[in-house]
Design a protein around this ligand. Sequence first.
Ligand code: S3P
Length: 461
Amino acid sequence: MTASAHSLSFELAPGGALRGELRVPGDKSISHRAVMLAALAEGETEIEGFLEGADSLATLAAFRAMGVEADGPIAGRLRVSGVGLQGLQAPQQALDLGNSGTSMRLLSGLLAGQRFASTLIGDASLSRRPMGRVIDPLTQMGARIEATPEGRSPLRLLPAEALVGIDYALPVASAQVKSSLLLAGLYAQGETCVTEPAPTRDHTERMLAAFGYPVRRQGNRVCLSGGGRLIATPIRIPADISSAAFFLVGASIAPGSDLTLTEVGMNPTRIGVVNILRQMGADIAIERPRELGGEPVADLRVRAAALHGIAIPEEQVPLAIDEFPALFIAAACADGETLLTGAAELRVKESDRIQVMAGGLSALGVEAEPRPDGILIRGIGAAGLLGGGRVAGHGDHRIAMAFAISALRAIAPIQIDDCANVETSFPGFAGLAAGVGLQITERRAEKHAEEHAKEHAEERA
Ligand code: S3P
């Protein structure tokens, strides 16, 4: 993906409240998996609620480049004509996955078992992220994968003689690694089993089952056998709890807020943000719990509340792994200290989210001490206000959105730079947020030629 010639910043007026009702876009993790399994299934899959964000569109483009036909997406509707597990064709060029770690790690597993070679590339941020965590176990299965000496992309996947199933204990709790191995397992001889150190999102397992593929779970171990078939089935994708998280925090910290988020995915492996916020004193009502396409969903009504700091229980960390930028804003507005530990993984996300959030919080006058595996944040308390100022978004979608909602409790305007990647997970964020009360303006500026050239060079490097 080439660097955009435009930079995007958010400008926020201070204060305000969030009120009304909102459905945030479809779940990113589920959207990726829906495209992948639909492409490999026999028959046509109708997907509803597909996330039209750059990350899931990158996955879709990759399958189109491998001969899969798809209509849409239009208003979240996408129809995919599956080619069957053996029906993908060799891509003519490298598959560009932009900013999307999920696309790269899951596709590595899925493509390791093909009869053709392929190359996976991404933007500057994705090219810095660790891929050894999938390369090592996939290599044990017989995959042939070339990477940089540091184990980063570009990844070159060569046709393997044959993959064989493994029994693998994940060294880190990672749904991407688990999913990558299960997808490779579809092509492997015998059984592939993955044991997790802690529960992580189980969308791959649920969706494989929905496509009629037998998956066996016993405690923290999940297994499947290669050589089966996927049969097309309609998929309905819930609203993304990771996108809802910004509004759960925003409405909690802004006095006078009363906001309902509808049809939010409430998979037990994803609801750490609700558990943590409630433990901090948030007023979140779970209304109309129901099922949507094999996933639990509910409407979440959130009203402003006085939050207090907590020591975040480590078992909640994998269940809230993408929500910490938003949760740090909640901690900044709470009474007392919030301590996060056991979260070193945050340092290898789209940015080093511990360092970057600590920097932004300091710019707004909040005391934040980064630690190797977490952070200590001293909250300003229910009566306090954050400072205003300028914060760097570091090209990380969730950093940009977290600081956007912080303005609800600021004393002066906040400007956030480098926000274009909000598009990766939450297209239309500023418009939707403005509709419920966030005072946000988007500013697009031509990038200076040197800045653009530098980014371009970084992406090639
Ligand atoms: C994801 C898993 C998580 C998460 C990412 C999406 C997935 O990554 O942070 O945004 O869809 O499987 P890890 O597996 O690296 O924890």
